[in-house]
Design a binder for this molecule. Structure first.
Ligand SMILES: *[C@@H]1O[C@H](CO)[C@@H](O)[C@H](O)[C@H]1NC(C)=O
Ligand SMILES: *[C@@H]1O[C@H](CO)[C@@H](O)[C@H](O)[C@H]1NC(C)=O
Ligand SMILES: *[C@@H]1O[C@H](CO)[C@@H](O)[C@H](O)[C@H]1NC(C)=O
Length: 322
């Protein structure tokens, strides 16, 4: 009887040790059922998690989600990502925890009128992806992802390349260097602006950028934020050269500005030398008077937000200087 008790205690202790936050990533992934992602991580990027960094967030697709990535419908949408890059893009560090705050807003709080609105919040996290094939950012900047909270306590979603959004599907599971955050799929790697725009319903803008050659400048610049007018926002009678000229006013230069960075009253410098201002009204964010329809499509050299207006056609473009 006593032996049995001792044995049970031992077994309990053993299983506790296995699932404890002291365990390494592969052990915890395997124990929690993320076996396919664990194999992927072990095979493609075994050294990724051996460094001194802590407060890591490992966005781990469930086995079902991981298999879906290989399905034919997925292949139609995007190429199978390069394995090591795909792995390093799934791992981020929570800089707020490490003291370097670059984080989060709650749009509703900035405006008393909106207190009743359950506004989404957002945070951008830098990942381990630094391969120059996929990243062209200022020094010490790896590719980011943007995580957004959902209203009413629903689990967050995560924005990556090509305008892709995956869902967080479960609560964080601790391991020795951070947490595993279950997600509904692998992130899409960041690509050039020219490659990304067709995924966002912004073909007219791309056509004008192509026709005028401006796309090469935008693709090659380090650190841009492109405000891509939705196709429906662009009148048919506007010429490519006029549109391209206007699109210079839709390009913020110098750095990626994620929606998590946008604050009411912020101003940004554009490629055309103009200044555009941010207005936040509840969950709606306007930039230069245009509303952001979909934010945070991550690109190789920054980020794209689709907007509902072309600036010179909007009623009150914001051109104030500071
Ligand atoms: C960028 O990625 C590299 C390679 O994975 C990693 O060693 C480095 O720590 C990352 N840098 C930051 C600032 O996260
Ligand atoms: C600019 O980007 C294009 C790809 O869009 C590339 O072929 C070209 O070599 C780049 N040019 C420079 C100067 O970097
Ligand atoms: C384009 O069409 C709109 C009406 O749909 C008109 O107001 C505008 O003046 C036209 N612009 C040009 C350049 O023809």
């Amino acid at each position: 009887m006593l032996e049995l008790f001792a044995l049970l205690t031992l077994l309990a202790a053993a299983s506790l040790a296995q699932s404890s936050p002291q365990s390494n990533i592969l052990a915890v992934l395997r124990q929690e059922g993320f076996t396919e992602f664990a194999d992927f991580l072990a095979a493609s990027a075994p050294d990724l998690l051996s460094g001194p960094k802590t407060n890591l967030i490992v966005y781990a697709p469930t086995n079902a989600a991981f298999r879906r990535r290989k399905s034919s419908s997925d292949l139609l949408r995007r190429e199978v990502p390069e394995e090591e890059e795909a792995c390093s893009y799934q791992i981020a560090q929570d800089v707020e925890v490490t003291g370097n705050t670059k984080r989060s807003y709650d749009h509703g709080r900035e405006n008393g009128v909106c207190n009743e609105v359950a506004s989404p919040g957002a945070a951008d996290f830098m990942t381990f992806l630094d391969d120059p094939d996929f990243v062209n950012l200022p020094p010490n900047n790896n590719a980011s992802i943007v995580q957004k909270n959902m209203p009413k306590g629903a689990l967050p979603v995560v924005h990556s390349g090509l305008g892709d959004v995956v869902k967080v599907t479960g609560l964080d599971i601790p391991f020795d260097k951070g947490v595993i955050r279950p997600v509904s799929g692998l992130f899409s790697l960041p690509r050039l602006l020219s490659f990304t725009l067709p995924f966002l319903g912004t073909d007219k803008a791309l056509a004008a950028l192509d026709e005028t050659g401006l796309i090469n400048d935008l693709d090659n610049r380090t650190g841009i934020t492109f405000l891509a007018p939705d196709d429906r926002a662009i009148p048919n009678n506007i010429s490519a050269s006029v549109l391209a000229e206007i699109l210079r006013r839709h390009t913020i230069v110098g750095l990626p500005v994620f929606t998590s960075d946008l604050r009411n009253g912020d101003t940004y410098q554009t490629l055309a030398g103009t200044t555009i201002a941010v207005t936040v009204q509840c969950a709606n964010v306007f930039i230069g008077g245009a509303r952001i329809l979909a934010g945070d499509a991550i690109i190789k050299n920054g980020v794209v937000h689709t907007v509902d207006k072309v600036y010179h056609l909007s009623s009150s473009p914001s051109t104030q200087k500071h």
